[in-house]
Design a protein. Structure first.
Length: 270
């Protein structure tokens, strides 16, 4: 078995992939700062042949995984941002400073579709642009929708706050404070993406495909006028690309990769 780890500052997502059959066996997550040794939220390390890691949570968390891998004699592959990889040239002034999860997404997106706009809709919303010739141009980072809501809750004590919003009719003015907050945050998230994408298209005189990943990808795609692909396993796919272990991975076939003919249908607001 292969354990793929996408370690974020808050949540660490994982999937278990069959080395022989090239299919996903199980998925899960664990709070990044929780105890990893003996955790019931993680698969049994004794069943693993390899671990591939994208880690933005710092060296202490990585050391925990390294100790476990060493104890169970599991081969460890740790991704790092670099100046150039898989046909993509890193656009950062200091390439190693680019978040490795963003770098994995850019590499996977470029491998699948060529030039593209990669958007991760998670705790933070990150956007990265890579041209058809493989030049990464850098990107944008803003708070994600849940972080915006938490910030508004902390900064404005009288604003109602609910986690389980249905997000219906999000483009119309809210008729209660709760609706106004919910709709406003949605427009803030979608609006910043749409503005950045439109300005990029105008400056480059071309439109590149958009690839969405992250927990709020389905919601945010509803507000975009441009068509978009959704690729939940995009960060994992970056790990597959630079550390190919299965037969299909060595052939360049990344799990769940979008196909140009299969663009997500737009959802019309009620």
């Amino acid at each position: 078995m292969i354990l793929d780890l996408d370690i974020g500052n808050t949540l660490s997502k994982w999937r278990l992939k069959s080395l022989e059959q090239d299919k996903i066996i199980e998925r899960g997550s664990v709070w990044t700062r929780d105890r990893w040794d003996g955790s019931q939220e993680l698969p049994d390390f004794r069943d693993l042949k390899a671990i591939r890691i994208s880690n933005v949570a710092g060296k202490d968390i990585l050391r925990k995984v390294e100790r476990l891998a060493k104890r169970y004699r599991v081969k460890l592959y740790v991704a790092r941002s670099c100046e150039e990889s898989a046909g993509v040239r890193n656009g950062y002034q200091k390439p190693e400073a680019l978040g490795v999860d963003r770098w994995m997404g850019v590499l996977a997106g470029y491998h699948a579709l060529g030039g593209c706009c990669v958007i991760d809709c998670g705790s933070a919303i990150t956007m990265d642009f890579v041209l058809p010739d493989g030049q990464h141009l850098g990107g944008f980072i803003t708070p994600g929708m849940r972080l915006m809501k938490e910030s508004l809750k902390l900064g404005t004590s009288n604003v109602p706050f609910q986690q389980d919003d249905t997000y219906q009719g999000l483009t119309v003015p809210g008729t209660s404070t709760q609706e106004a907050v919910t709709h406003g945050i949605f427009l803030a998230a979608v609006g910043q993406i749409a503005l950045a994408y439109d300005q990029f298209c105008q400056s480059q005189k071309q439109k590149l495909p958009i690839i969405l990943t992250g927990g709020d990808a389905d919601l945010i795609r509803r507000g975009l006028s441009a068509n978009a692909y959704r690729w939940p396993d995009m960060v994992y796919a970056g790990l597959e690309l630079i550390f190919p272990l299965t037969a299909l991975e060595r052939q360049g076939q990344l799990y769940g990769a979008p196909v140009r003919a299969k663009i997500i249908e737009k959802v019309v607001f009620a």
